[in-house]
Design a protein around this ligand. Structure first.
Ligand SMILES: [Zn+2]
Length: 170
Protein backbone atom coordinates (compact mmCIF):
# COMPACT_ATOMS: atom_id res chain seq x y z
CA UNK A 1 0.00 0.00 0.00
CA UNK A 2 1.51 3.30 -0.97
CA UNK A 3 -0.99 6.17 -1.22
CA UNK A 4 1.57 8.08 -3.27
CA UNK A 5 0.67 10.41 -6.11
CA UNK A 6 1.66 7.94 -8.83
CA UNK A 7 -0.92 5.27 -8.11
CA UNK A 8 -0.40 1.62 -7.26
CA UNK A 9 0.74 0.26 -10.62
CA UNK A 10 4.46 0.71 -10.03
CA UNK A 11 4.40 -0.25 -6.36
CA UNK A 12 5.76 -3.73 -7.12
CA UNK A 13 8.67 -2.24 -9.05
CA UNK A 14 9.30 0.26 -6.25
CA UNK A 15 9.36 -2.62 -3.77
CA UNK A 16 12.00 -4.40 -5.86
CA UNK A 17 14.09 -1.26 -5.93
CA UNK A 18 13.83 -0.72 -2.18
CA UNK A 19 14.82 -4.35 -1.62
CA UNK A 20 17.84 -3.81 -3.88
CA UNK A 21 18.81 -0.68 -1.93
CA UNK A 22 18.47 -2.54 1.37
CA UNK A 23 20.48 -5.48 -0.01
CA UNK A 24 23.25 -3.00 -0.91
CA UNK A 25 23.39 -1.89 2.71
CA UNK A 26 21.39 1.30 2.05
CA UNK A 27 23.49 2.34 -0.93
CA UNK A 28 21.49 2.75 -4.09
CA UNK A 29 23.11 0.40 -6.58
CA UNK A 30 20.25 0.67 -9.04
CA UNK A 31 21.03 4.24 -10.09
CA UNK A 32 23.55 5.36 -12.65
CA UNK A 33 24.52 1.82 -13.60
CA UNK A 34 22.89 -1.35 -14.81
CA UNK A 35 19.72 -1.90 -12.86
CA UNK A 36 18.03 -5.15 -11.90
CA UNK A 37 16.15 -5.26 -15.20
CA UNK A 38 19.31 -4.78 -17.21
CA UNK A 39 18.66 -1.42 -18.87
CA UNK A 40 21.56 0.97 -18.76
CA UNK A 41 21.03 4.34 -17.14
CA UNK A 42 23.28 7.34 -17.49
CA UNK A 43 22.62 10.33 -15.24
CA UNK A 44 19.43 8.62 -14.13
CA UNK A 45 17.87 8.75 -17.59
CA UNK A 46 16.08 5.57 -18.57
CA UNK A 47 16.50 4.38 -22.13
CA UNK A 48 12.82 3.56 -22.42
CA UNK A 49 10.28 6.14 -21.32
CA UNK A 50 7.77 3.48 -20.23
CA UNK A 51 10.36 2.15 -17.76
CA UNK A 52 11.19 5.61 -16.39
CA UNK A 53 11.04 5.37 -12.63
CA UNK A 54 9.02 7.86 -10.59
CA UNK A 55 10.88 10.49 -8.55
CA UNK A 56 9.96 8.76 -5.29
CA UNK A 57 11.99 5.71 -6.42
CA UNK A 58 14.75 7.67 -8.14
CA UNK A 59 15.36 9.67 -4.94
CA UNK A 60 14.12 7.05 -2.47
CA UNK A 61 17.01 7.38 0.01
CA UNK A 62 17.01 11.20 -0.17
CA UNK A 63 13.24 11.38 0.30
CA UNK A 64 13.46 9.00 3.27
CA UNK A 65 16.02 11.38 4.83
CA UNK A 66 14.03 14.52 3.93
CA UNK A 67 10.41 13.66 3.08
CA UNK A 68 8.25 16.07 1.09
CA UNK A 69 5.40 15.47 3.50
CA UNK A 70 5.10 15.74 7.25
CA UNK A 71 4.84 12.22 8.70
CA UNK A 72 1.27 11.39 9.73
CA UNK A 73 -0.25 14.56 8.21
CA UNK A 74 -2.17 14.21 4.92
CA UNK A 75 -0.23 15.81 2.04
CA UNK A 76 -3.42 17.11 0.44
CA UNK A 77 -3.56 20.75 1.63
CA UNK A 78 -7.37 20.94 1.73
CA UNK A 79 -7.38 17.85 4.00
CA UNK A 80 -4.32 18.04 6.27
CA UNK A 81 -5.83 15.36 8.52
CA UNK A 82 -3.65 13.50 11.05
CA UNK A 83 -3.45 9.76 10.47
CA UNK A 84 -1.42 6.70 11.48
CA UNK A 85 0.81 5.87 8.50
CA UNK A 86 1.06 2.16 7.71
CA UNK A 87 4.43 2.78 5.99
CA UNK A 88 6.86 5.69 6.47
CA UNK A 89 6.30 7.06 2.95
CA UNK A 90 2.48 7.13 3.17
CA UNK A 91 1.62 10.71 2.11
CA UNK A 92 -2.17 10.69 2.07
CA UNK A 93 -4.66 9.73 4.76
CA UNK A 94 -6.99 7.78 2.44
CA UNK A 95 -7.62 6.65 -1.14
CA UNK A 96 -9.82 9.67 -1.90
CA UNK A 97 -7.04 12.08 -0.91
CA UNK A 98 -4.51 10.02 -2.89
CA UNK A 99 -6.74 10.35 -5.96
CA UNK A 100 -7.13 14.10 -5.41
CA UNK A 101 -3.34 14.35 -5.00
CA UNK A 102 -2.84 12.53 -8.30
CA UNK A 103 -5.24 14.95 -10.00
CA UNK A 104 -3.25 17.86 -8.53
CA UNK A 105 0.05 16.41 -9.82
CA UNK A 106 -1.48 15.82 -13.27
CA UNK A 107 -2.84 19.36 -13.46
CA UNK A 108 0.43 21.08 -12.57
CA UNK A 109 2.52 18.55 -14.45
CA UNK A 110 0.57 19.20 -17.64
CA UNK A 111 1.02 22.95 -17.21
CA UNK A 112 4.78 22.58 -16.90
CA UNK A 113 5.31 19.82 -19.51
CA UNK A 114 5.64 21.87 -22.76
CA UNK A 115 8.07 24.27 -21.08
CA UNK A 116 10.11 21.40 -19.59
CA UNK A 117 10.47 19.94 -23.07
CA UNK A 118 11.29 23.31 -24.67
CA UNK A 119 13.89 23.96 -21.94
CA UNK A 120 15.69 20.68 -22.66
CA UNK A 121 15.39 20.98 -26.46
CA UNK A 122 17.10 24.37 -26.37
CA UNK A 123 19.69 23.47 -23.73
CA UNK A 124 22.69 24.12 -26.03
CA UNK A 125 21.37 27.14 -27.95
CA UNK A 126 23.51 30.17 -27.07
CA UNK A 127 21.59 32.85 -29.00
CA UNK A 128 18.77 33.35 -31.50
CA UNK A 129 15.09 32.39 -31.32
CA UNK A 130 15.74 28.95 -29.80
CA UNK A 131 17.76 30.51 -26.95
CA UNK A 132 14.93 33.05 -26.42
CA UNK A 133 12.40 30.22 -26.36
CA UNK A 134 14.56 28.32 -23.83
CA UNK A 135 14.80 31.34 -21.49
CA UNK A 136 11.04 31.79 -21.74
CA UNK A 137 10.55 28.10 -20.91
CA UNK A 138 12.79 28.36 -17.83
CA UNK A 139 10.92 31.43 -16.60
CA UNK A 140 7.60 29.67 -17.20
CA UNK A 141 8.67 26.58 -15.21
CA UNK A 142 9.71 28.81 -12.30
CA UNK A 143 6.37 30.65 -12.51
CA UNK A 144 4.43 27.36 -12.50
CA UNK A 145 6.39 26.12 -9.46
CA UNK A 146 5.66 29.34 -7.57
CA UNK A 147 1.97 29.34 -8.54
CA UNK A 148 1.66 25.71 -7.39
CA UNK A 149 3.17 26.51 -3.99
CA UNK A 150 0.84 29.51 -3.60
CA UNK A 151 -2.14 27.38 -4.63
CA UNK A 152 -1.22 24.74 -2.01
CA UNK A 153 -0.76 27.39 0.69
CA UNK A 154 -4.15 28.95 -0.19
CA UNK A 155 -5.90 25.59 0.06
CA UNK A 156 -4.22 24.85 3.42
CA UNK A 157 -5.27 28.29 4.71
CA UNK A 158 -8.88 27.84 3.54
CA UNK A 159 -8.93 24.46 5.28
CA UNK A 160 -7.61 25.92 8.55
CA UNK A 161 -10.21 28.72 8.37
CA UNK A 162 -12.95 26.15 7.80
CA UNK A 163 -11.76 23.93 10.65
CA UNK A 164 -11.48 26.97 12.94
CA UNK A 165 -15.08 27.92 12.14
CA UNK A 166 -16.24 24.34 12.80
CA UNK A 167 -14.37 24.22 16.12
CA UNK A 168 -15.95 27.57 17.04
CA UNK A 169 -19.43 26.11 16.53
CA UNK A 170 -18.68 23.02 18.64
ZN1 LIG B 1 -6.43 13.37 3.52
Amino acid sequence: MHWGPDGDAIEQEAGLRRSAIRAAGGRDMTRGGVDTRGDIRGNGVARHAERFEPFRDYAFAELEAAPLHQAGVCFLPQCGRRFDPSVSWQMYCCKACERAGLTEFRKWGLRAAPALLAWRLGKYASDGPVADRTRSARRFVTAVQSAWIVDRADRAKDNQTKQGAENGRN
